[in-house]
Design a protein around this ligand. Sequence first.
Ligand code: PD2
Ligand code: ZN
Length: 545
Amino acid sequence: MLKILVSIVLLSLFGLLTVKSTDLFTAMSDLEGVFDKEEKMIAAVEEYIRQERERLVKIEGKLENLRRLNREGQEDMASYLSHPFNGFLLIKRFIWEWVDLENWIKISMPSREYIFNVTGLRSKLPQQSDLDGAADALWRLQDTYKFTPASLMEGAKMEDNLKAHHSFEVGRLAYHVADDKYHAIPWMEQAYKWLNNKTKQGDFFKLNETEILDHLAYASFSEERLEDAAAFTDKLLLLAPDSKRYADNKAYYKYLLDKKYRPRGETGDLKGLSLEEAEEEEEEEEMDEEDLRNVHPDIRKYRALCRGDEGVVRYITKPMLQTCSYAHYNNPFLMLQPAKEEVAFVKPKIIVYHDIISDQEIEALKNLAKPRVGCLLTFDLKNSTSGYLEQTKFRICKSGWVAHNESEVIRRIYQRVGAYTGLSMNATEFLQIANYGLGGHYLPHFDFTKDIKTTENGNRIASMLFYLSDVTKGGATVFIDAGAKIKPGKGSAIFWYNLFRNGRVDERTKHGSCPVISGSKWVANIWMREHGQEFRRPCGIGRSE
Ligand code: PD2
Ligand code: ZN
């Protein structure tokens, strides 16, 4: 509209200046008409200025909002970013609010300075793929910890009137971008509940009941929730009684439901199902969400461990068993400063070394790693375990590797690990430092390989996993078969053997890292290889020795 007005003003001015005066303005009466035209032009420019002012007021309002959000976030950045939904909102701001503001600026003459500054920054700001990843992390937290959208959003910094919009946006990303109707439904249902609170929404975030219900009806149908699809369509029909599409959809859902529950005669079943069908239905009713979604048993166990479900997490129970000790392993290096050893689990043996690494060393490691940390990376883990639907995506920030001799700190750490474990450090891999963001996780895996031909220096005989940070919530390391759960503690490390003494792989060491709910998780790994350990950890003869 504004553009048209400006064009009219400019075209009119242009027209006036190019008119050949001799033809038109010879008579006084002709000239009199010019005043009228000029008045119209003045009115047009006045209208232009009024609209431009209005636009600037709008831009100022939007900018003020962004200024406030930025200030609030920065006030206590660590606590702000430790909330999983705040992380999502921060990224979303660059895809929604900033784009909206830019559009308002671009309506009129684009300010070169503004465009220059912003396009320079653009590549360094969150992109759509980051928003997709942040939403993915929310769904993972939902699946793992059984959070609802409302509980995930609770305590996040956002205006009440935008709650429905934000919730719908997470659902929309699931529905359209990830083609994941299963995760779209609860977010859209929540958006629908909040929308009904009838709170005023901003112009850019307009969301209406029909839009949500339309999505919900189709998503429910896709997920074979026919009753829900029909109920949402009923609501749509109340809003738009003349819609042929909704009426047709409703008829189709009804047809499918009738077919499903068609009376079959003698069974006596209320729903009219045949005996086998009734049994099948009963079985289905007893199934939980994970059964229905065909989730791999390892992933179920992993999730249960992450949640800390009763009876799944196992602890050392023998009261006589001394689990903590100061140990020097007859190593002169440890005589003055012994290892603080805790046996966290017995089969397989998992040892926690407390205070194995100092805060200064941790800072040095993080500084080495930070320039190499490619944040928000997405890895695909195709763990081919037949028949089951698997969660394949995992998203962590991971650094590259740091060589043994890259700094004095690294040399010292390798020496300490050698002293603690009694293993040779000659065939160890480079140190790997990793950082998990919100929702960052590592699905169950073994650290050893079964494809021994490809391994130089032998298989990974043992793992030492250092915790370089505390994690506010989530982020535990869990051992799937054993049922062990270890909470990261800054400065400690866990150690375990991946192989038996006879070289066979120990399948009980399957482990993973639970999604981070709040805070950020830093770890470092040192993997020790078999070669050179022959005298340090001599062969046994028993099957599991
Ligand atoms: O960070 C962890 O807790 C973790 C868990 C399992 C790390 C690794 N594996 C690994 O880097 O191999
Ligand atoms: Zn691992």
